[in-house]
Design a binder for this molecule. Structure first.
Ligand code: AMP
Length: 218
């Protein structure tokens, strides 16, 4: 199973990718997670990416393409992969196509998660995460047992710097301008499948599993 998850920030791609990876034993490649890890570890790449991320802008194509190429060569991808948050621009999609072709591979499906703009803003602005173990919560939909603290490790929860209102606006604008054209791009290549992502996590996962059913066995 080789799939790409497309959709605006806040549609729940990360949560679905995690479940899919666990259930079907495929690798989850999340460029957002990889970049945040680089920022935490203060690597050169992390220092370069941080300002773009805090402002809600995209990190330059060359940086993320390099990251993904490296991950795709991992043995953990042998059983398949789900790309969460990549590609986000047409040049990234083109580079992904080339990288896969060079390994005699191709994408099976591109899933386009759809949620209203109002819901996306509500999901992003209520999101909180644990700076220690990276668990995520939501102030309305996935509350921690003790308000403000991580269920898993007890650390105080924080808001991602790019989940502040100003950054959310920028991220949605960037999505409309740079990422939304990928819907057409993959539609033209007959790879796109829409999934209604407005419901609860389990309901969305059921829809997703149906769409990906033909690609489960390889
Ligand atoms: P995410 O967790 O997917 O919302 O990503 C968080 C931030 O990481 C984005 O707002 C971008 O600054 C950066 N980022 C993640 N994936 C990409 C990508 N494919 N291209 C450029 N920037 C990215």
């Amino acid at each position: 199973m080789r799939v790409v998850f497309l959709g605006a920030p806040g549609v729940g791609k990360g949560t679905q990718a995690e479940q899919l990876a666990a259930q079907y034993q495929v690798a989850k490649i999340s460029t957002g997670d990889l970049l945040r890890e680089a920022v935490r570890n203060q690597t050169e790449l992390g220092r370069e990416a941080k300002n773009y991320m805090d402002q809600g802008q995209l990190v330059p194509d060359a940086v993320v393409i390099g990251l993904v190429r490296e991950k795709l060569s991992d043995v953990s991808c042998a059983n398949g992969f789900v790309l969460d948050g990549f590609p986000r621009t047409v040049p990234q999609a083109e580079e992904l196509g080339k990288a896969l072709a060079s390994k005699a591979m191709a994408l099976d499906r591109v899933v386009n998660f759809q949620v209203s703009r109002e819901d996306v803003v509500r999901r992003l602005s209520g999101r909180r995460s644990c700076p220690k173990c990276q668990a995520t919560f939501h102030m309305d939909f996935a509350k921690p047992k003790v308000e403000g603290f991580c269920d898993r490790c007890g650390e105080s929860l924080v808001q991602r710097s790019d989940d502040r209102r100003e950054a959310i606006e920028t991220r949605l604008k960037v999505y409309d301008e740079q990422t939304a054209p990928l819907v057409r791009y993959y539609e033209e290549r007959k790879l796109l499948s829409p999934v209604d992502a407005s419901g609860a996590v389990d309901v969305v996962f059921q829809h997703l599993s149906q769409v990906l059913m033909p690609y489960r066995m390889r």
